[in-house]
Write a protein that binds this ligand. Sequence first.
Ligand code: ADP
Ligand code: GLC
Length: 484
Amino acid sequence: MHVLFVTSEAFPLIKTGGLADVSGALPKAIKSAASFNGDIKVLLPAYRGVLSKLTAVKEVASIEALKHSCTLFSGYLPDSDVEVIAIKNDVLYDRAGGPYTDESGADWNDNALRFGVLSRVASLLSKQDSPLNWQPDIVHCNDWQTGLTPTYMKLVDQVPVKSIFSIHNMAYQGNFDVNVISQLELPAQHFNMNGFEFYQQLSFMKAGLFYADQLSSVSPTYAKEIQTVHYGFGLQGLLKTRAEQLTGILNGIDTQDWNPATDSHLIKPYSDKNITGKKAVKKALQQQLGLSINPDAPLLGVVSRFAYQKGLDLLPPIIPKLVADGCQLAILGSGEKALEDGFVALQKQFPNNISITVGYNEPMSHNIMAGADLFIMPSRFEPCGLNQLYGLTYGTPPIVSATGGLADSVRDTTPETIKNNTATGFVLKNVTNASLLGTIQSAVKLWRDKQVWRKIQKNGMQTDVSWSSSANLYLDLYEKTLSQ
Ligand code: ADP
Ligand code: GLC
């Protein structure tokens, strides 16, 4: 079985969020699955800096897509045998800033073309005359940036190769003005309800959902939620009609990158069997962030994009109360300016208790995950979420809302789940300030009971959140798609 895994980001080459974690880890897990007899290649744009992070890079082909000449480079993900094909076109991809936005955070105004080219190249590589001399049996697409791939495969190239479209987040759909259709060389007669139109716009996401042979999403609960008005962002109807082809598979984590026993970002490793190192990490973190160095202050961690999805606007109003209770907060993230500013003001007001780092910082994200006592994630919706999985693994029980992958991965602490050793975290009753405050307060109360706390930590640390079982579920999905 040959798989082409198409994505707009992959850790450690380029990352803005969980999609990169998945794209960096799932292909590795598939490749090493005992039942996988085949090959998987990852396809992504060669943004600035990407080629220098690959190992054994070489130029392998050139290809023209949407009137843009591209050079294809082959290399390997660091410390892995997974091959990456990077599409180099400097006009489209060699820029300062991020993969989707410029340095000020504004979307690149040619994103339709940039990700149209990614989708177009994926389809061309699935043709028999592919310049790679390698043809996939399955093209596995991820999120809207790859959404036109199944359209090109079906309507333009008419290849018999199967496609799967994985939904990581329905909130980002890649909807563009109709006038990009000709530039994208799409057959205009399919710009209608039964095609790639979504309310008079071209929608990459809708195209993926409509033309892919199979669909998946990143947790079983989210796969159901997106078929409802509240979570479907207008595409719930289409998702409902495709429910039989939609599978929910929970994300896993890369245990090479995220393991407290081997994590090189931490001053002291620790594990489920010997957790003492976690205290040293907490102390170092308090010191680094300018918080008062106090092992008895419950330290709450946040690492996140600041977006409506994440529910972090619930925090500022309850921070004075949390500080009065003796809690500390270590926050890392960026996004909505009002929230960034709000946290900065609270840090000024409570410098011993509140720390905010605005920006993206990989080492600090590991240190917050390890040094905090509790991880806070009150998302309004969460397709899967990776941070709660890191929290479980790092002995930092997550406080989460009951949605998407959070509901599928965290077991609430109750007298019963403490007794039967299944409690792994804390689940909010509602996504409100009061519920968040109340849940943090009950969690902190239990944290002070060291015996019970060790049990909760142990339950989480012993939970298998690696990719191994989910990689097998993807393989089942590949088999099912092929036999369709
Ligand atoms: P999403 O993809 O919706 O942002 P996930 O929980 O799936 O949410 O994944 C987020 C990933 O991005 C995690 O690996 C998290 O540690 C990382 N991350 C988020 N914000 C930052 C940041 N400011 N600095 C470093 N890593 C971050
Ligand atoms: C999206 C979702 C997040 C998920 C990630 C990887 O960014 O917001 O919940 O974990 O994709 O699938």
